[in-house]
Design a binder for this molecule. Structure first.
Ligand code: HEC
Length: 165
């Protein structure tokens, strides 16, 4: 009985949340207009990496989990300042830096023209879905859909990409 009540509640909730049927939902690109893109994106305050770490959002994050999540990044990126570019650019001191500014790396035109500055807010949008945030980027990464995961990862990056960490 408990299970069937749960199922009814779940079904009602699901139908209440689903969007109205769309006649054009099979059209390529349908719904894309709602994706967050870098154009006109408000990156928020630009601070030094350390200054963000006192924010409760980051102070309470699970940095160890962030380090584990960063294993998906270090396939393509080095994190410490001064290390070599690999498939992606070195991410040393990326926080607070303008996008696509590392010398010696061939960035996409899309990222170079994005106008982004890598604040936690910008990193959060980028890491959720790089290809829709910066259409045309050459970073092949599907994205982390969990905002908790992104917070933990960004908190780790705030430390790991700074000198002497
Ligand atoms: C398959 C390789 C690959 C993976 C995996 C990957 N990246 Fe990237 N990343 C790239 C490439 C290539 C670029 C340059 C993109 C462009 O020019 O459009 C890039 C760019 C970036 C930039 C912008 C750097 C700058 O100088 O503007 C950041 C930040 C970044 N990646 C973070 C991450 C993080 C964090 C992860 C892990 C969640 C990750 N990337 C996973 C390849 C990768």
């Amino acid at each position: 009985m408990r299970i069937s009540i749960f199922l009814i509640v779940a079904a009602v909730t699901a139908s209440a949340c689903s969007p109205p049927p769309q006649s054009n939902s099979d059209r390529p690109g349908a719904g894309e207009s709602s994706a967050t893109t870098a154009a006109g994106f408000d990156v928020g305050p630009v601070l030094a990496a350390n200054a963000y770490l006192v924010d409760p959002e980051f102070a309470d994050a699970d940095v160890e989990r962030g380090e584990t999540l960063s294993l998906a990044c270090v396939v393509c990126h080095t994190l410490r300042p001064g290390e070599d570019h690999v498939l992606g650019p070195n991410l040393g001191q990326v926080v607070g830096a303008a996008a696509a500014m590392k010398p010696g790396f061939a960035y996409s035109e899309a990222l170079a023209a994005s106008g982004l500055v890598w604040t936690p807010r910008a990193l959060d949008a980028w890491l959720a879905a790089p290809a829709s945030f910066v259409p045309g980027t050459t970073m092949v990464f599907a994205g982390y859909s969990s905002s908790d995961d992104r917070r933990d990862l960004i908190t780790y990056l705030l430390r790991a990409t700074e000198p002497g960490r």
